[in-house]
Design a protein around this ligand. Structure first.
Ligand code: TRP
Length: 460
């Protein structure tokens, strides 16, 4: 008899280290090295970073632990786990939001990942060597507004993503993550030291370390919260899905803390690598989505073997993007595979192709389709499709998802079940449990709600 909910055939992670690396591989990606620095630059630097840290460690930790627990208890995808833990209730809709968010996020994520691959090519072929730093923004804009080239790179990236997901969970992800995460840290350190020793680089350090609290508005707090969800892969069911491949003996609180520590460390390191360099080459912090692509090539050029480092950096960035992209695609694939009994390979290919097509609209919206403008609260001029997919998911879908996940864990799923799951049936000591209950049941949902309303100027 086939019983998909028993989970006898469900794959599990090979080891605790493998799981932590896979979850960190999901969390660490373009969100840390591309999105975090440019959002910090757009939102006033140090003040944004402080709010971000609070959001990541307080709210992020709480939501991540809830997601792991729901997934491991449910042993199913993001929608199926809710159905199993609260049968006959509409809570599965939380998972359905996640599946929708996965489509939107991976569509523009694939576009940016494509840019990183194009920059690998440009650094290998030397076409960025010796280019004066004030011409880098023009090169970047010329490339992303091109109607065909970015789409070709995006297609290559999506083929790689689908290929890994087709191969299954255990196969390559664990191994790759173990090699790549340390490599990224080493390269970022080199870039940081180079940036700090460039003349004028110190202005970047004070931009980060001297928070100007007058910059903090509801919009900035919402951006920081959205970034915490995005960077930690939360609110969308990614960590529910990864949690569903967990063995019962795993220590989830300590895994969550490790993942958040690694993710945050890399984001801050990226900030220290980029802002000093930015000020040294005389660019503005508010360069928007192109920041990394406009600033770093100028830094590489000042290094011995600069373009070699440039190539390595963009390769690592592309691979970090890949270990995140597979985790986004896996949310949808696990759902289709668990619920409709469709082969993993078939669902990965079909879903990957649909997401690619949505991504094409995001890529075109940078150039040929930039006249298409979507109204969005907080933006007077409206957003192009690329920014709309990004902001709608990070600022609305993920926070709402995170809020529902917390409320569900404490108030709907029988609380004693949730806490049993988190403490491995009481065998694990988790001293913060009372605090966690309070955070998940009351503080996190209220804070998220206030931040959401406030960020849209509805109140506050
Ligand atoms: N966290 C990844 C990054 O920082 C992106 C990502 C993976 C993600 N899975 C997610 C974002 C789920 C939101 C939700 O690049």
């Amino acid at each position: 008899m086939e019983n998909k909910s028993i989970g006898v055939e469900r794959e599990h992670w090979g080891s605790r280290f493998g799981f932590v690396m896979a979850a960190a591989g999901s969390a660490i990606g373009l969100g840390n090295i591309w999105r975090f620095p440019y959002l910090a630059g757009d939102n006033g630097g140090g003040a944004f970073i402080i709010i971000y840290l609070i959001a990541a460690f307080l709210i992020g930790f709480t939501v991540m632990l809830c997601e792991f627990a729901i997934g491991r208890a449910g042993q199913l995808n993001a929608i199926g786990s809710f159905r199993k833990l609260a049968p006959g209730t509409p809570w599965w809709i939380t998972g359905a939001f996640g599946v929708l968010a996965a489509f939107l996020i991976l569509s523009f994520y694939g576009v940016v990942a494509g840019w990183t691959m194009a920059y690998v090519w440009m650094t290998v072929t030397g076409s960025l060597s010796g280019v004066p730093s004030d011409q880098l923004p023009g090169i970047f804009v010329g490339f992303i507004t091109n109607p065909t080239q970015p789409i070709i790179w995006q297609a290559i990236f999506m083929v790689l993503t689908v290929g890994i997901v087709v191969a299954g969970i255990k196969g390559g992800i664990e191994k790759w993550s173990k090699i790549l995460m340390p490599a990224i840290i080493v390269i970022l350190f080199i870039l940081m030291f180079r940036g700090l020793t460039l003349e004028g680089g110190f202005a970047g350090v004070s931009f980060i370390l001297k928070p100007d609290f007058s910059q903090i508005t509801g919009k900035v707090v919402l951006a920081a919260l959205g970034q915490a969800f995005f960077s930690l892969s939360l609110g969308m069911g990614t960590m529910i899905t990864y949690g569903s491949y967990l063995e019962k003996k795993e220590n989830m609180p300590s895994s969550a803390a490790t993942v958040i520590g690694l993710d945050t460390g890399i984001a801050v390191l990226a900030g220290f690598a980029i802002f000093p360099a930015l000020f040294a080459v005389g660019l503005e912090p508010s360069q928007g989505a192109g920041l990394v692509f406009m600033v770093l090539p100028a830094v590489f050029d000042t290094l011995p073997l600069g373009m070699f480092f440039g190539t390595i950096f963009f390769i690592l960035l592309a691979i970090a993007a890949l270990t995140s992209a597979i985790s986004i695609l896996e949310v949808v694939v696990a759902f289709i595979k668990d619920e409709f009994n469709v082969a993993r390979s078939f669902s990965a290919i079909v879903i990957g192709f649909i997401i690619f097509l949505v991504g094409v609209t995001a890529s075109l919206s940078m150039g040929p389709w930039d006249h298409i403008v979507v109204p969005f609260p907080g933006s007077e001029a409206g957003l192009n499709l690329f920014d709309f997919y990004d902001e709608f998911s990070a600022k609305i879908l993920l926070p709402i998802g995170g809020m529902l996940i917390c409320l569900f864990t404490v108030w709907v799923w029988k609380p004693q079940n949730a806490f049993k799951e988190i403490t491995n049936n009481g065998t694990l000591s988790f001293a913060w449990l009372p605090l966690f209950k309070f955070m998940a049941g009351i503080v996190a949902p209220i804070v998220i709600l206030i931040v959401l309303l406030n960020g849209f100027g509805i109140f506050g």
